[in-house]
Design a protein around this ligand. Sequence first.
Ligand code: SF4
Length: 308
Amino acid sequence: MEVKRITPRGYCHGVVEAFRIAERVRKETDGPVHMLGQLVHNTHVTEDLQQKGIKLVDPPNRLAGLEQIESGTVIFTAHGVSPQVKQRARELGLNAVDATCSDVVRTHDLVIQLANQGYDVVYVGRRGHPEPEGVEGEAPGKVHLIQDLADVGALQISNERIAVTCQTTLSVWDTEALIDAVKERYPQAEVHNEICLATQERQEAAVAAAKEVDVVIVVGSPRSSNSNRLAEVVKKLVGKPAYLIDDLPDLDLSWFRGQRVVGVTSGASTPSQLTRQVITYLESLAPNPDGSWTPAPEVSRVGASPAG
Ligand code: SF4
């Protein structure tokens, strides 16, 4: 099958830096080392770090997670944490190491600055994701999390000073639409679009490439915001089918029946060897007269479903 490798894809600077920090800390630190949530949202990376001796503590919120750590070192993940979490880690006597991505730190600093200047901050983000949780904690009561148009309609801010900003890993296009909706309600709102460059570049490349292929595969874990958004922008903006898979066994050959060219990209936290395996496998597919595809016998995969 013809495969179009979409670039840029895969690891961003924030993820690479978080690994560097975690591996250094594990090597140089005695006693237990924990990550407070997945260091980056990828199941394979998380398993690898656990095998290297970094324990995963993964409750629904970071403060609750800290209470499960009795001693040793805690690594704050690339998504950032609230000041309350940093404070609680100090109270518990834990050795805290911060692996927050510098792009997320910039958003925290922005929100602090705006709140100090008397602004209410409308923050476009995903409920339940650790990044908004961390940002909200920077200015409790001053940050208004919105996820969709209904949330914009429900906003009740009387402050003349309003700013709008966002999570770093959202869809560029959906976020613009929500920011526009906020501006319609509050024309005086100052806009600070904080989607990171890595997310923007991967989405723009996926959308451009999707126009020239029949179907797009995004390699990334279900919890990865930027990976989900990659599949979403292809479907919404280009109208092509896009599938998010954690790794090769998730591929379903029925997706390719009657298709000719597949585009492959991956999220910012996806190890490149996983994407390479997927590309090699797809390139090995040979067409059948009925439009289905058969993999070369030497390129097998665990859990492959029959040719569809
Ligand atoms: S996706 Fe963006 S914000 Fe997240 S770690 Fe990578 S560079 Fe940082």
